[in-house]
Design a protein around this ligand. Structure first.
Ligand code: ZN
Length: 83
């Protein structure tokens, strides 16, 4: 009985869900501020570094200076571990 999927914290999250783009539509194409997924994780790329933060996130568009607030709903059982 081999069990390849052990209870371990994955080092990299599998790309099973497409992240949603959080962007400012002050221009075309829109300015990408960050991406987020359903688990409430917000990924912000700053140069060669990724910031992985939780909501709410407050940022400013680098192009137009507009303030943006990303407040994801703290949803039900999204963070519950897989049994
Ligand atoms: Zn903008």
């Amino acid at each position: 009985m081999s069990n390849p999927t052990r209870r371990r914290t994955p080092q990299t999250s599998p790309p099973r869900e497409k992240p949603t783009r959080w962007e400012c539509h002050c221009q075309e194409p829109p300015v990408l501020l960050a991406t987020y997924d359903r688990s409430g994780r917000v990924n912000i790329k700053v140069r060669d570094r990724y910031w992985n933060v939780g909501s709410p996130v407050h940022t400013v568009c680098p192009k137009c200076g507009a303030e943006h607030l990303l407040d994801l709903p703290a949803d039900d059982a999204l963070f519950s571990p897989v049994p």
